[in-house]
Design a protein around this ligand. Sequence first.
Ligand SMILES: C[S@@+](CC[C@H](N)C(=O)[O-])C[C@H]1O[C@@H](n2cnc3c(N)ncnc32)[C@H](O)[C@@H]1O
Length: 202
Amino acid sequence: MLLNRFETLAMNNPIRTAIQRHFEGRRLFEMGGAMNGGVALEVGCGRGVGAEIILDRFGADRVEAFDLDPRMARLANRRLVTRGNAVCVAVGDATQIAAPDGRYDAAFDFGILHHIPIWRDALREIYRVLKPGGRFYAEEVLEHALENRLLAHLFEHPREDRFDLARFRDALASQGFRIVETRTLGRDFAFFVADKPGPCDD
Ligand SMILES: C[S@@+](CC[C@H](N)C(=O)[O-])C[C@H]1O[C@@H](n2cnc3c(N)ncnc32)[C@H](O)[C@@H]1O
């Protein structure tokens, strides 16, 4: 689902950049550690700050990022032009990822899946495109926040089949992920690190 006018403003400003860089990126790094090279996927890259964090903090060699909204993909491309071949940005849909099975060493979701009506399809796709042993880092907005009357008035999100912490954890596990760690911020936000098991994991 595309962002409405208010959420587009909320996502495209220096405060959002600082939160993503100094709080969300740092927390996911504390939980899941560095990539130390390799290729990362970022789903729903927005204006491209996540890709900078993935390169600079997590140490990916390359980030392939996409967003459903061509305007966002354009903003990200503009922001990331100086990164050359280390970044590729496209228009795409997290429920049908245009990549072969097992392409990525890691995948990142900075607040995307709560925008997707059939978010479990996106989890299935993320699992598919990760290499065995690959790691999924996610920051997500929980059902409790979406029920806030002011936020529900200002922002548009799918209403059916939303997730709380337990439902998201269960969906990760049903997909086959091994959960490494989850953390919450109040009842509204959660952070997840989960691995696609490798051939030697039991
Ligand atoms: C809340 S914004 C977050 C953007 C960015 N990751 C950030 O943290 O600032 C959600 C983004 O997800 C994108 N989006 C929504 N549905 C999507 C889908 N099915 N596939 C890919 N991107 C999607 C929207 O266009 C929007 O840019």
